[in-house]
Design a protein around this ligand. Structure first.
Ligand code: MCN
Ligand code: CUN
Length: 786
C-alpha cells in the first residue's frame, strides 16, 4: 500500500504523469525533419503523374535543366541505369521509385528535381514535359477481376491478371459442415472504404552523404528507423554501419510513416550523387493522394447460427484493393494482415476465411491509420455481422453477445483461426458499458420517441484485438523477427538514460517508458531520459506500429530494468556486507531482511558501481534486453453509441458515446485516456464523413482538407470513458497495448447505432461513411446503400 503511494510520487506505474515531451511541443520547440537545416542543403521536389494509368511515351527534361539553381533532374531512366528504378516492398512485391514504362496511379512519382530552394525545384518540375498515352483505368476489385481487364502489373513476369495474392486460413470442411447444420444463416456484404491517416506532418527526409567518411545520415519521418536502415543497406548495397537513420520528433504517424517511400530513396541517391544534403518535404496534396492509405476492403460474411443464438461457424471472403503495388507493412506470413483475428472474443467452434488482394490504379497501401494490421476491418466486419445476426434471430444485441463471449475462466483461449488470446473479462466490460449508458432506460426512451416520429438508435461494438507482434515463431517482416529492445544506462548519481527500438510519433513514450523504469528500480521518472529513433545509439528494434510498443518494447524496458536491479543487488550486498540471499527489495531500496532499517538506495548502488564495486565485478550499471514476446496481448473494448437520426434529412447526431477499455495494467492512465479519445475521434470520422474516393478515371477525390474531413472539437462528440483491468498474464508488468483499440472498435458502434435507429426500414447496411444522403436514401428507398 505504501509502496503504491510512493510509486505515484516518483511517477511510477499508474501515475498520470504529465507528458514530458509536451514541454517542447507546446512551446514550438519540437524538432521535426523540416526544422533541420544542414549547411549546403539542397531541396527536392517530385513531379507526380496527373493520370492514373498511361504509358509514358517521352519525358523531356531539357527545359528544367536550364533553370538557374537546378542541380539535378532525375527520371526513371536514370534510376534504371543505377538499377534503382524499382525497389522491393515490405510485402515481397516491387514498387516503382520513378516510373519507367508506365504510370499506374494518379500521383505516382515520375521525375524529381533537386535545386537550391524548394520553389526553384517546384518550378523546374513544371518545366518537365511528359507525354502520356492513356490506358483503361481500374478503380475497384470488380473492374480489376473482370474478364479482359488490362493487366496493371505487366512489369512482372507470371502476372497474367490483377490478382496480387490469394490466401486462406481456417477449416473449410469443418465450416461447411457446421453451416449445413445451422438453423439460420445470416449474411452481410460490406465495404470498409479507403481512408487516410493524415498526420499533421507529412513525410520527408534529409539525406546527407559525406564522401570523406562514406557515412550516410538520413533524417526521416519514419516509425521504424532500423527497418529503414536494413532496407537501405540491402537495396543500395551500402555497409550498414555507415548508415545512420534518425527519426526526430514526428508530427503524428498513424501508420503513414511505416512504408518506404520513393521520396526517401531519391533524396538518398541525390545526396550521394551531389555530395550535398538533400531535403524532401512532401506537401499535403502529395501526402493525401499518394502515401500509405488505410483499408479499402470488401467483405462477404456469413454466420451459421443456432436458434438459441449460438454462433456455430463463421465464413468470410475479402477482396482487398492494394492499389498499384502490394506495399503493405505487415508480418510476412499473413497476406491480409491479422484479418483472421476476427471473432476472437466469441467462442466460435470453426471458421474459414478466404482473401484475395487485387491491383488497381490507386496509390499503394492499406495497412495504416490505427489498424493493427487490418484488425480495424476485421473487427468492423465482426461487429456489423454480429448486429445483423442478432437482428435476424430477433434477439437483443447485448444478449446475443453475452451468449457467445469467451468466458473469463476459458483462457488462454484458442480462436477459430488459431490465435491464443491471453486474458479478459468480456461480460464485465459489457456490463459496465450497458450500466453507464443506461441500456434498459434507453430502450424505453427509444420506443417512446418512436411514437412521436423520432428515430433513436443504440449501437454496441465489443472486440478483443491482437497487439504486440510478435513472437519469433510466427512474426517477421522480410525475415527479420519482430522482437524489440531496450538499453538502460544508470549514471553514478542514480540518474539514467533509456533507449528503445520503438519510436514514438506522439504516443508519449518519453513519459511512459520512464514510468516503467521507476516502477522496477524506484528511480524517479523525472531522473530518466528516454531517447528513441537514432539507429547509431538505439538498440535494434522493429519500431512502433500495430500498438506493439508497450507489449514488446515496454516489456523490454521492464526486463532490462530487472537485469540492472540484479546487478544493483550484488552491489547492495557488498555495501551492506551481507550475502545477496539476505537482501530484500522494496521500491528504490535494498535492505537486510533481519534488520530492515539497514539498507541502501538504488542511487547508492549506482554510485558504488562506479566508485566502490566488489573485487572482480565489472564496473558500471547498465544493460540491454531484447524481448521476444511469448504471445500477443489481447485488450478488450466495449463501445456503445446512442444516436438520433433526422428522418427528414438523414443527418444523425451522436447523443452519447461510452467506451470501456481493458488494456490490462495502465502505465499512465491519462495517456491511455488520450489515446482512447483520439481513437474514438478517428472512428467517428470514418463512420460519419471520412473517405478517399476516386472517379472513373482514377482521379483522387479528396486530396485536400476541404473535401477530406478531419473532425475538430466542433464536430467531435463527447466521450465517457470507463476502465476494467485484466492484466496480461505473460507481460512482465501485465500491460496490454491500447493505441489503436478505439479506432478499431469504435466505427461499428456508430454504424450499428444508425442502423438500429432506422431498423423499421428493413435496411441491413449502409456503407461508411454514413453521409446524410446515404442515410436519407436508405430511409426513403428502403434498400441497402453502398
Ligand atoms: N500505455 C499505457 N498503458 C497501457 C498501454 C499503453 O500507459 N496498458 C501508453 C504507452 O506507454 C504509450 C501509449 O499508451 O505511451 C500507446 O501505447 P501502445 O498501445 O503500446 O501503442 P504504441 O506506442 O505502439 O503506438 C502505436 C499506435 C499506433 S499503431 C498508431 S497508428 C497510433 C497510435 O499509437 N498513432 C498515433 N496512437 C497515436 N497517437 C498519437 N498521438 N500519434 C500517432 O501517430
Ligand atoms: Cu496500422 S497504423 Mo499503426 O499500426 O502505425
Amino acid at each position: 500500500m505504501t509502496q503504491a503511494k510512493d510509486e505515484i510520487k516518483i511517477g511510477g506505474l499508474g501515475a498520470s504523469r504529465k507528458r514530458v515531451e509536451d514541454n517542447r511541443f507546446i512551446r514550438g520547440k519540437g524538432r521535426y525533419v523540416d526544422d533541420i537545416v544542414l549547411p549546403g542543403m539542397l531541396h527536392m521536389e517530385i513531379l507526380r503523374s496527373p493520370v492514373a494509368h498511361a504509358r509514358i511515351t517521352s519525358i523531356d527534361t531539357s527545359k528544367a535543366w536550364t533553370i538557374p539553381g537546378v542541380r539535378l533532374v532525375l527520371t526513371g531512366e536514370m534510376m534504371a541505369a543505377r538499377n534503382l528504378a524499382w525497389m522491393p516492398t515490405l510485402s515481397y512485391d516491387t514498387q516503382a521509385v520513378l516510373a519507367t514504362d508506365k504510370v499506374r496511379f494518379q500521383g505516382q512519382e515520375v521525375a524529381c528535381v533537386i535545386a537550391d530552394d524548394p520553389y526553384i525545384a517546384k518550378d523546374a518540375c513544371e518545366a518537365i514535359v511528359v507525354e502520356y498515352e492513356p490506358l483503361p483505368v481500374i478503380v475497384n476489385p470488380t473492374q480489376a477481376l473482370a474478364d479482359g481487364a488490362p493487366v496493371i502489373r505487366d512489369d512482372k513476369e507470371n502476372q497474367p491478371d490483377n490478382v496480387a495474392f490469394t490466401w486462406e486460413v481456417g477449416d473449410r470442411q469443418g465450416t461447411d459442415d457446421a453451416f449445413a447444420k445451422a438453423d439460420l444463416v445470416s449474411k452481410l456484404d460490406l465495404h470498409y472504404p479507403r481512408s487516410h491517416p493524415s498526420p499533421l506532418e507529412c513525410c520527408g527526409s534529409i539525406a546527407d552523404f559525406d564522401r570523406s567518411t562514406s557515412k550516410l545520415t538520413v533524417y526521416m519521418t519514419t516509425q521504424a528507423p532500423h527497418i529503414i536502415r536494413a532496407a537501405v543497406a540491402l537495396v543500395a548495397e551500402l555497409p550498414e554501419h555507415m548508415i545512420r537513420i534518425i527519426s526526430p520528433d514526428l508530427g503524428g504517424g498513424f501508420g503513414n510513416k511505416v512504408p518506404v517511400y520513393p521520396g526517401y530513396v531519391m533524396s538518398i541517391l541525390a545526396s550521394i550523387l551531389l555530395e550535398r544534403p538533400v531535403k524532401w518535404i512532401e506537401d499535403k496534396s502529395g501526402n493525401l493522394i499518394s502515401t500509405g492509405f488505410g483499408r479499402d476492403v470488401y467483405l462477404h460474411g456469413e454466420l451459421a447460427l443456432r436458434k438459441d443464438g449460438k454462433i456455430l461457424a463463421v465464413r468470410m471472403h475479402t477482396d482487398s484493393d492494394h492499389g498499384a503495388f502490394f506495399a503493405d507493412a505487415q508480418p510476412s506470413k499473413f497476406k491480409i494482415g491479422l484479418m483472421h483475428s476476427t471473432f476472437a472474443c466469441y467462442d466460435v467452434p470453426t471458421a474459414h476465411l478466404t482473401a484475395r488482394g487485387v491491383y488497381t490504379n490507386k496509390a499503394p497501401g492499406g495497412v495504416a491509420y490505427r489498424c493493427s494490421f487490418r484488425v480495424t476491418e476485421a473487427m468492423y466486419f465482426q461487429e456489423r455481422m454480429v448486429q445483423a445476426a442478432a437482428d435476424d434471430l430477433g434477439m437483443d444485441q447485448a444478449e446475443f453477445r453475452r451468449r457467445n463471449f469467451v468466458r473469463d475462466d476459458d483462457f488462454p483461449h484458442r480462436t477459430p483461426f488459431g490465435f491464443l488470446t491471453d486474458s479478459g473479462q468480456y461480460n464485465k466490460c459489457l456490463d459496465v458499458g450497458l450500466e453507464a449508458i443506461g441500456y434498459a432506460d434507453f430502450l424505453t426512451e427509444k420506443a417512446e420517441a418512436k411514437k412521436r416520429g423520432r428515430l433513436l438508435g443504440i449501437g454496441i461494438s465489443t472486440m478483443t484485438e491482437p497487439l504486440g507482434a510478435g513472437n519469433s515463431r510466427e512474426y517477421d517482416i522480410l525475415g527479420i523477427k519482430m522482437f524489440d529492445s531496450a538499453e538502460l544506462r544508470v549514471h553514478m548519481t542514480g540518474k539514467a538514460i533509456l533507449r528503445t527500438g520503438a519510436k514514438s510519433q506522439g504516443q508519449g513514450h518519453e513519459t511512459t517508458w520512464a514510468q516503467i523504469v521507476a516502477h522496477e528500480l524506484g528511480i524517479p521518472a523525472d531522473d530518466i531520459t528516454v531517447e528513441e529513433g537514432d539507429t547509431d545509439t538505439a538498440p535494434f528494434g522493429m519500431g512502433t506500429y500495430a500498438s506493439r510498443s508497450t507489449p514488446v518494447a515496454g516489456a523490454a524496458v521492464a526486463m532490462v530494468s530487472r537485469k540492472v536491479r540484479a546487478k544493483a543487488r550484488k552491489l547492495a550486498a557488498h555495501l551492506l556486507e551481507v550475502s545477496e540471499e539476505d537482501i530484500e527489495w522494496e521500491l528504490g531500496r535494498f535492505y537486510v531482511r533481519s534488520a530492515p532499517a539497514h539498507g541502501v538506495t538504488i542511487q547508492e548502488c549506482a554510485m558504488a558501481a562506479y566508485s566502490n564495486m566488489p573485487d572482480g565485478m565489472e564496473p558500471g550499471l547498465e544493460n540491454v534486453s531484447y524481448y521476444d514476446p511469448p504471445n500477443l496481448t489481447w485488450p478488450f473494448g466495449c463501445y456503445i453509441a446512442t444516436v438520433e437520426v433526422d428522418p427528414q434529412t438523414g443527418v444523425w447526431d451522436v447523443l452519447r458515446m461510452v467506451a470501456v477499455d481493458d488494456c490490462g495494467v495502465r502505465i499512465n492512465p491519462m495517456i491511455v485516456e488520450g489515446q482512447i479519445m483520439g481513437g474514438l475521434t478517428e472512428a467517428y470520422a470514418m463512420a460519419s464523413n471520412q473517405f478517399i474516393t476516386f472517379d472513373a478515371q482514377g482521379n483522387c477525390v479528396g486530396s485536400n482538407y476541404m473535401d477530406y474531413m478531419l473532425p475538430t472539437a466542433w464536430e467531435t462528440p463527447g466521450y465517457e470513458l470507463h476502465e476494467v483491468v485484466t492484466p496480461s498474464p505473460h507481460h512482465p508488468i501485465g500491460a496490454k497495448g491500447v493505441g489503436e483499440c478505439a479506432t478499431v472498435g469504435g466505427p461499428a458502434a456508430f454504424v450499428n447505432a444508425v442502423l438500429d435507429a432506422i431498423r423499421d426500414t428493413g435496411v441491413r447496411n449502409i456503407d461508411m461513411p454514413l453521409l446524410p444522403d446515404r442515410v436519407y436514401e436508405a430511409l426513403t428507398k428502403r434498400h441497402d446503400v453502398s
